[in-house]
Write a protein that binds this ligand. Structure first.
Ligand SMILES: *Cc1c(COP(=O)(O)O)cnc(C)c1O
Length: 482
């Protein structure tokens, strides 16, 4: 392991500051604070000098990898470049120093930003109202499905089933289950799209919704979307879009025009707020007007007297998040949207599609693509043929780290054996795409010549093969003295 824990570097009495001696009378601590609030034992904090601390965190950051260092084709996660102007704006004191309990009269600018961000997202998605409160894509999904449930209940019957494709992101079935629905799986057909016959078999009066991803997780556009929409609406069920990644649709088409009633979009993916390592996120959720009464409170509204937070919504599903969401993320997303505009967004999506197809065509002779058609912002190749050398998608991902690149998503979607899900994003120039393709092709050669090299990768990092199962099952993030 490279860098020790900050506690292991601690030495008694070491300090990160030096101050001149006190030249005023010292006030006893008991006079400053009631005794019941004073701790009995000092906290177990590491004792280090300033330079120790700076080096510790600098060294840790160098063991990390981020989009500011290089190529990051992590499929489905849309690791876009995060423009630095977003950071400047998020740090404006008028935004960064606001207290969430400040009176509305003093926060008109922040409320205006929320109001205008909602308007922009309505335009982009083709929805009638948007809530900015959910703090992640997964939470956006839960809010959306709870609203669907509230809607059906208001019609007399919440219904029992939510249909989810076999290619869906794991959060979709998890969301439907958490919202009290029974999950039914609709299968993909040979083209990698929703099997319409299978869907017809499942849809009935007890179907609350279908949760669909479009483009789906294979990177393919769901060509039958209008038929699917008709089928669902025909029985009074709703159509939910997992729009975590809108990178292929921006400025080209709108979920609202395809028949979707509800859509969440991850601002931390499509709208360039930095993410990774678990957050912070923002899962904006858009709905058609008939669902607006169920939106979580408060809702930002514009009145003659300025912007207000509207809490009086009797059919609301309630409150889903402290205050109004991850405001810093929302400022970044707003800045990005205002900078890009409609023309900019069209370039984003067409370049994302071009980049993904370029890599697909270069890699397909060596890395077969099971559903090999014109793709959207990502595609899924398979490493299955390397199994005879006992090399798996996972090993290829690890080997890419030695080439200085972040790996693609592996083993998802689950309908592709040994999946390598590749999403290059639109900001990468051709040279970077070529460098990635050449690394992938070289790794394929290495597998033939010396599979051990790939099986044991990475060789260049301070940590290599982490026990991820144990990390999840025995989550232990806290240091305790020996
Ligand atoms: C990332 C992602 C999600 C979940 O979003 P989180 O912000 O991680 O909760 C859901 N669906 C798809 C397709 C995604 O890529």
């Amino acid at each position: 392991m490279g860098e020790p824990l900050v506690f292991e570097k601690s030495a008694p009495g070491r300090k990160g500051y030096s101050l001149p001696d006190l030249d005023v009378p010292e006030v006893p601590i008991a006079e400053l604070m009631p005794a019941e609030y004073l701790r009995k034992d000092p906290p177990l904090l590491p004792e280090l000098s300033e330079v120790d601390v700076v080096r510790h965190f600098t060294n840790l950051s160098r063991d990390n990898y981020g989009i500011d260092q290089g190529f990051y084709p992590l499929g489905s996660c849309t690791m876009k470049y995060n423009p630095k102007v977003n950071e400047d704006v998020a740090r404006f004191a008028g935004f960064a120093a606001l207290h969430p309990l400040q009176p509305v009269a003093q926060t008109q600018g922040a409320l205006q930003l929320l109001y205008q961000l909602e308007a922009a997202l309505r335009e982009i998605t083709g929805m009638d109202r948007v809530t900015l409160q959910p703090a992640a894509g997964a939470q956006g999904e839960l809010v959306g499905v709870l609203m669907i449930r509230a809607y059906h209940r208001s019609n007399g019957n919440p219904r029992r089933k939510v249909i989810v494709p076999d290619a869906a992101h794991g959060t979709n079935p998890a969301t439907a289950t958490l919202a009290g629905y029974q999950v039914q799986v609709v299968h993909s057909n040979a083209e990698g799209l929703v099997d319409l016959d299978d869907l017809k078999r499942l849809v009935d009066q007890d179907t609350a919704a279908l949760m669909l991803t479009n483009p789906n997780t294979l990177g393919l556009f769901e060509r039958n979307i209008l038929k699917i929409s008709e089928l669902l609406h025909g029985v009074g069920a709703l159509l939910y879009l997992d729009g975590a990644n809108l990178n292929a649709l921006l400025g080209l088409c709108r979920p609202g025009d395809m028949g979707f009633d509800v859509v969440h979009s991850n601002l931390h993916k499509t709208f360039t707020t930095p993410h990774g390592g678990g957050g912070p996120g923002a899962g904006a959720l858009g709905v058609k007007s008939f669902l607006a009464p169920f939106l979580p409170v408060p809702v930002v509204e514009k009145t003659e007297n300025g912007f207000v937070l509207d809490d009086r919504r009797p059919q609301s599903i309630g409150k889903v998040q402290a205050f109004y969401g991850n405001f810093g993320n929302l400022v970044r997303a707003y800045t990005y949207i205002r900078r890009m505009g409609a023309i900019g967004f069209r370039k984003v999506s067409t370049n994302a599609i071009l980049n993904a197809n370029y890599i697909r065509k270069r890699l397909e002779p060596v890395y077969p693509v099971p559903f090999n058609r014109f793709c959207m912002h990502e595609f899924v190749a398979s490493a299955k043929k390397f199994r005879n050398r006992d090399v798996h998608a996972w090993d290829i991902a690890k080997r890419l780290i030695d080439y200085g690149m972040y790996p693609p998503t592996v083993n998802f979607p689950m309908i592709v054996d040994e999946a390598l899900m590749i999403e290059p994003t639109e900001t990468e120039p051709k040279e970077n795409l070529d460098r990635f393709c050449e690394a992938m092709l070289r790794i394929a050669k290495e597998i033939e010549e010396d599979p051990g090299l790939v099986q044991k990768a990475p060789h260049t990092r301070s940590v290599t093969r982490l026990d991820e199962i144990r990390a999840v099952k025995e989550l232990n993030l806290r240091w305790r003295p020996a």
